[in-house]
Structures are given as structure tokens and as C-alpha cells.
Design a protein around this ligand. Structure first.
Ligand SMILES: [Fe+2]
Ligand SMILES: [Fe+2]
Length: 294
């Protein structure tokens, strides 16, 4: 099973206001990435820059995703489904918080999906989770039910990283804090507590990273295909082996400014050390106990 993990498109309808040229960047990037021929494209949020405030943005990005002519699963980020009342107060347009039930949010109306969606591809279940602060939509109950409801390897995807992706600079403190609050710890325990999960795929931080969450589960953050760094992960999963490659889009390869990096090299900061760009792990599931106890 071959999955292309992309994130943070930050698509805008014309005329673009925040990231001028983002639409042509995305079109160019997809023309280059489609040759990878993935079985599934997973887009881990921030599909738009202000879709929670303007439903037309979400309709626009859905048209763009549908036009890719590829099977995909998309979940919302804080710009598509406001994360918290506090964030919405601070950023009333780009992180507008919709104080309504799930089915009445712009994202649910446009994408017509539940907070948790799953897709079985080549024997691997890919599970996408939409989270808001305090989890008013019951996404984590749904995730728990999906994980315990069947067997076989699974990849879980959400917008926010479970663990910080960098030790210094802006990303040492920018991740889930202030966005999904206490829901983070339950997400962590569900992802790490399930013997099925091989990896957690996220976005939000506009940096590529791969790091172990435990001795069995890896966390991948894709870059931000629209504003940069324009890259993603190509993940191949066969039997009990998961391998990955960093793949580049055609947009900018950095996002955070030099002053925010604590002196780190901008390329290293956004893409991580080259030793992490490709790798593989054996994903060995613990043997299941016989129901007869033998
Ligand atoms: Fe983003
Ligand atoms: Fe985000």
C-alpha cells in the first residue's frame, strides 16, 4: 500500500489574499507528485487559510482535491475548523471558531463526513480524526471504536502533532498546546495504546519531521505544500514493513523566519536532517492471545 501524505495546502480562491500564487503552486506540485501513483493521498488539515469563516474556501479546495483524479482522505485543520474559542477570539477570521455542532460546521457541510473517517487500503486502515478543543464532536470516542472494531495495521492521521517536532526555535512550543487542550493526552493514549497503529500522520507545524512516539509508533509531520516547506511523505506499507521517503513539491522550502529558528540552519529546520528523509522500520504486532487461553 502506497500512501502520499500531504498537509497544509492553505488553498485560497481567487483573488488570493494571504499566499498569493498558492493555487498555481499547488497545481504545479500535484503535476509533479502524481507520477508517484499513490493508492491514497492523505491531507492532514489546513486545506484552506480561512475555510471556517468562509465556506466558499472549503468548496474551492474540495473542487481542487476532486480534480486530482486520485483517491484521497482529507481532514480539517485549525483554519478549516476553528480549534478553540480562545484561538477564534485571537484570530477571528483565519481561525474562526464555529460554536455549533459538528454537522453544522462548514467543514462537515462541504465534505459531508463524520469527525472520524476510515478507509481500508491494501489491508491497512487509514483513520483520519478531526479534533477541536475539549472534543465536542466525540471524535476520540469514535477513534477508540474504530481502532477496537477491527484488526490489522492502521495509520492514524490528525492535524496536530502529538509530540513537538523540533527541540529549539518556534516549533519547540508550537504544536497542539492552545489548540486541542486536554484532548491531546487522550489522543496520545489511544494512538500509543493500540497494537494496530504503526504511525501517526500530522501537519500544522509547516515542517517535515519523523520521530518515534514509542518503540513501535512513528510520528510524521508533512510540510505545507502551499506556503512551504513544499514537501510530503511517500509511505509504503507492505506486510510488516513501513518505509518512507521525503518528496518535494514545487513551492518554497521554508516558512518560518530566521529570527524564529534560534540560530538553526533554515533548511535543516524545515526539512530535518537528511538522514531522516528516507528510512524503514519493521512493524511487528504483538501476538494475539488465543481466546481459549492456550
Ligand atoms: Fe497550516
Ligand atoms: Fe494548522
Amino acid at each position: 500500500m502506497r500512501l502520499l501524505h500531504l498537509s497544509d495546502l492553505h488553498f485560497e480562491t481567487l483573488p488570493e489574499r494571504l499566499y498569493v500564487g498558492v493555487s498555481s503552486t499547488l497545481n504545479r506540485s500535484w503535476r509533479e507528485l502524481r507520477v508517484l501513483d499513490p493508492d491514497l493521498v492523505l491531507v492532514s488539515g489546513d486545506l484552506t487559510s480561512y475555510g471556517a469563516w468562509d465556506q466558499g474556501q472549503l468548496r474551492g479546495v474540495k473542487r481542487w482535491l476532486d480534480s486530482m483524479d486520485a483517491s484521497y482522505v482529507a481532514l480539517p485543520g485549525n483554519h478549516d475548523l476553528g480549534a478553540s474559542v480562545d484561538r477564534g477570539f485571537k484570530f477571528p477570521v483565519i481561525e474562526y471558531y464555529e460554536s455549533v455542532e459538528w454537522s453544522r460546521t462548514n467543514f462537515a457541510r462541504v465534505f459531508e463526513q463524520q469527525p472520524v473517517v476510515s478507509k481500508l487500503v491494501g489491508g491497512v486502515e487509514v483513520i483520519a480524526v478531526a479534533l477541536r478543543d475539549r472534543d465536542p464532536d466525540g471524535a476520540l470516542d469514535q477513534l477508540e471504536a474504530v481502532l477496537s472494531g477491527s484488526e490489522g495495521p492502521a495509520l492514524v492521521a490528525g492535524h496536530y502533532p502529538i509530540s513537538p517536532v523540533r527541540e529549539c526555535g518556534v516549533l519547540a512550543n508550537f504544536g497542539s498546546e492552545g489548540f486541542i487542550g486536554s484532548a491531546l493526552e487522550r489522543l496520545r493514549s489511544l494512538v500509543l495504546g493500540s497494537e494496530r497503529v504503526a504511525a501517526y500522520l500530522c501537519g500544522h507545524v509547516h515542517a517535515a519531521s519523523v520521530l518515534p512516539l514509542s518503540d513501535r509508533v512513528l510520528q510524521f509531520s508533512a510540510g505545507a505544500l502551499g506556503p512551504g516547506p513544499s514537501c510530503g511523505w511517500l509511505i509504503d506499507f507492505s506486510d510488516d514493513r513501513l518505509s518512507w521517503d521525503l518528496v518535494a513539491g514545487s513551492g518554497p522550502q521554508t516558512f518560518w523566519s530566521g529570527e524564529q529558528l534560534d540560530g538553526a540552519d533554515p533548511a535543516d529546520y524545515h526539512l530535518g536532517p537528511s538522514s531522516t528523509w528516507r528510512g524503514s522500520i519493521s512493524f511487528v504486532r504483538r501476538p494475539r492471545r488465543s481466546r481459549l487461553g492456550t
